[in-house]
Design a binder for this molecule. Structure first.
Ligand SMILES: Nc1ncnc2c1ncn2[C@@H]1O[C@H](COP(=O)(O)OP(=O)(O)OP(=O)(O)O)[C@@H](O)[C@H]1O
Ligand SMILES: [Zn+2]
Length: 700
């Protein structure tokens, strides 16, 4: 409400969020009324910043004379809607970050920088958002690729589409369908119904940027007769800033009706969402592991509930959290039990590496099976989740092992086929050095690689099958923009015989001619301390197995392991997710682990570990000393002792953490708010110690 000041001018008092690491918002005034959600240019100290109006106040919270006037209201985009602001407010509150910092970390850079609007060549606000067209966000799939055929749904799919299409309000639907059961077709049919019968928009999240072309093609194909090509937009981190801005603007201006994108897309302002789809909902890439550590899947569920629209969570191996939600009736579970096409599920077998010793990662039975597929003119996929040549480089005289000087980690040997020289890389800090000719410790020249990565397996396969067309797909071979898409195109066009790759290949891809999948070295995850490791291993093995025999009969999966009797492989061979989930949930329940409890991880880092540990011990101590005076439910919170992180030192920074846990989510969040305020008070020198909180961490 306008309040008069001494000069009898009626001002509107605005609460404005700024891009600052502070939990407060800031008061400003404006002669004209400003709509909540507008972006404004404001003075801040000697600087000029962009802010977002989040409230109109009756009166300012500080002395009227101190309130400064906004400089400009930006009108290049409509104001952010209240539901978008609510999503961001929830995100900030739940993940314990300042609201301004959260908002400004999710909007495209040009919209948050004053220089975009008031740079040297000052332009009008509207010129930041220039055009709606001519960007890679609109179409990266040539229209000639678009296959106009429509498949006839099978019984399970039809039932799923009918049930979901009838939902007129919020419901979390778990679409639990085995790999290759045609989940995509279900999403698309439901989307078609919504787009056809209403003016609503569809937000479609996928885990992997590399899946975008394939899914984009399916989406354009399926929706071609309902929406225009330019009403379908894609969003992912590899887009140029200009394209991101364009997608954002099309979405916010309601010019887009379908947005297909990776996790960041959850924050796109879409004014009229009618359905949210989260494909491969179990995938860990929905969790951002740095900065704002959010889960796009969990925020998707929140956003759907807030908007009162259905959300489909699709997976062949749902996360145990989601599965549990279905078990207790919070989510509606719909089954797709059969392959969409009439092909049998692949046969999964183990190769005991204690019996068949691998050479360069490959055992004889796997090599024979690859040869057999070559003879049949079918493709083989060799999956090894480790890039580089070998994970360890060692002196066989004194057993020196090459380590990173900046991290507590081994360096990985990478071969450079072009320059014919090897390099040692640290995958944690980027450190890189030329391979020494002799051992730095004893001078001996008997230096050898131990273990295998994708490059070594590739080299071995090229040696074994010189006439085969072999392609390696990992983060190193696909650095060039567009290279993954073109390699994957080659795979489906049939010009590739053997495909070697990391987890980039394991999920979602609908390979037409792959009939054999070989898995190398999956044991590493069995002995990982993280309680989620078995869940991730099981889902990874099921996902990669699901790439075999999608369009061919006789699909086969061979998993090399030294521990064939391990429980997890029993479930994998039986391809029985439900028994695996039952078994795992039972263990989690006994140990009171998620989904039966909620966790947060306080991590701290500094140049030396003792400073970090001391800080964390003090952080724990203040729970009793201070937090308990303000929070009545401290007994509902378990705070474990500080421990050094799994990799203690990365890039010369030492790290440690404290885990806190509660059976009650709300209590945990309330506790964190109070606790972190006191934790912050412990930091005297921000340069000496840095800390952050991660709510619902995926790795502990
Ligand atoms: N009703 C149908 N008739 C014929 N083919 C179908 C049908 N539904 C889907 N398909 C085809 O079956 C293949 C597998 O479908 P899709 O990729 O959607 O499976 P998915 O359930 O997502 O599998 P994954 O979990 O492995 O990603 C695709 O080639 C798809 O075009
Ligand atoms: Zn390093």
């Amino acid at each position: 409400m306008p309040v008069q000041n001494k000069l009898s001018i009626s001002y509107n008092w605005l609460s404005v969020a700024l891009n600052l690491p502070l939990f407060s918002t800031f008061d400003y005034k404006s002669i004209n009324s400003v709509v909540i959600g507008s972006r404004v240019v404001v003075p801040f100290g000697k600087r000029t910043l962009i802010g977002i109006v989040i409230n109109v106040l009756e009166r300012p919270s500080i002395d009227v004379s101190l309130v400064r006037e906004i400089i400009e209201v930006l009108d290049d985009l409509p104001p952010f809607s209240p539901d978008w602001l609510n999503l961001l407010e929830f995100t900030a509150d739940y993940y314990q970050r300042p609201f301004g910092e959260v908002v400004f970390s999710v909007i495209p850079a040009p919209l948050r920088s004053v220089s975009s609007y008031r740079g040297k060549k000052r332009t009008s606000a509207s010129s930041v958002i220039k055009s709606d067209k001519s960007n890679d966000c609109i179409s990266i799939v040539p229209s000639s690729f678009v296959d106009k055929r429509e498949s006839i749904l099978n019984e399970d799919q039809e039932r799923a589409v009918n049930i979901i299409s009838l939902l007129k309000e919020f419901k979390s639907v778990l679409l639990y369908g085995i790999t290759g059961s045609g989940k995509t077709e279900v999403y698309l049919r439901v989307a078609r119904n919504i787009l056809h019968n209403s003016s609503k928009q569809i937000l479609f999240l996928i885990p992997e940027i590399n899946l975008t072309p394939q899914l984009e093609k399916a989406v354009r194909n399926s929706l071609a007769d309902i929406v225009n090509d330019d009403e379908i937009v894609v969003m992912h981190s590899k887009l140029t800033m200009k394209s991101k801005l364009d997608v954002w603007s099309r979405a916010q201006n309601s010019k887009a009706r379908v947005l297909l994108g990776t996790r960041m897309s959850i924050f796109t302002p879409f004014p009229n969402i009618g359905l949210i789809v989260i494909d491969e909902e179990h995938d860990t890439s929905y969790k951002q592991q740095n900065g704002l550590r959010y889960s796009a899947r969990d925020l998707g569920v929140w956003r759907a509930r807030y908007l009162n629209v259905p959300i489909i969570l699709g997976s062949a191996t749902p996360s145990l959290e989601t599965w549990n939600n279905a078990e207790i009736g919070h989510y509606l579970r719909i089954y797709l039990r059969k392959k969409a096409r009439e092909f049998s599920a692949p046969n999964i077998k183990l190769i005991n590496t204690k019996k068949y010793r691998p050479k360069n990662g490959l055992t004889v039975p796997l090599i024979n099976a690859i040869e057999d597929r070559l003879n049949k003119k079918e493709q083989s996929l060799v999956f090894i989740n480790r890039r580089g040549y070998s994970p360890v480089f060692c002196c066989f005289s004194c057993y020196w092992i090459s380590k990173c000087t900046r991290c507590t980690a081994f360096t990985v040997l990478h071969s450079d086929a072009v320059n014919k020289e090897g390099k040692l890389h640290c995958h944690h800090c980027g450190y890189c050095m030329i391979v020494p000719l002799s051992c730095p410790e004893c001078g001996d020249q008997d230096l050898r690689p131990i273990g295998s990565g994708t490059q070594r397996v590739e080299e071995a396969l090229v040696g074994l099958f010189p006439n085969a067309n072999i392609v390696r797909i990992d983060a190193d071979s696909t650095r060039r923009k567009g290279s993954t898409a073109s390699l994957l195109n080659d795979v489906n066009n049939g010009s590739v015989d053997i495909l070697i790759g990391t987890q980039m290949l394991a999920k979602g891809h609908d390979f037409l001619r792959v009939s054999l999948v070989g898995v190398i070295d999956s044991d590493a995850m069995i002995f990982c301390q993280d309680f989620r490791a078995p869940e991730h291993l099981f889902s990874q093995l099921m996902q990669v197995s699901g790439r075999a025999g999608r369009h061919l009969n006789g699909g086969e999966v061979l998993i090399q392991t030294s521990f064939p009797d391990h429980m997890i492989y029993k479930f994998v061979i039986d391809q029985n997710y439900e028994d695996f989930a039952r078994y795992s949930l039972n263990l989690r329940s006994t140990a009171n682990l998620p989904p039966y409890s909620y966790q947060a991880l306080l991590s701290a880092e500094s140049e030396n570990l003792s400073t970090v540990m001391d800080f964390l011990h003090r952080s724990k101590k203040i729970i009793k000393e201070k937090v308990s005076l303000e929070f009545d439910h401290v007994s509902a919170i378990t705070c474990y002792d500080p421990v050094p992180s799994r990799i203690v030192r990365i890039a010369d920074v030492e790290r440690a953490q404290i885990l806190v846990e509660s059976k009650h989510r709300l209590l945990l969040i309330t506790f964190l708010k109070i606790w972190l305020k006191h934790v912050n008070g412990l930091v005297i020198n921000k340069k000496k110690i840095r800390w952050y909180i991660e709510v619902d961490p995926l790795e502990i």
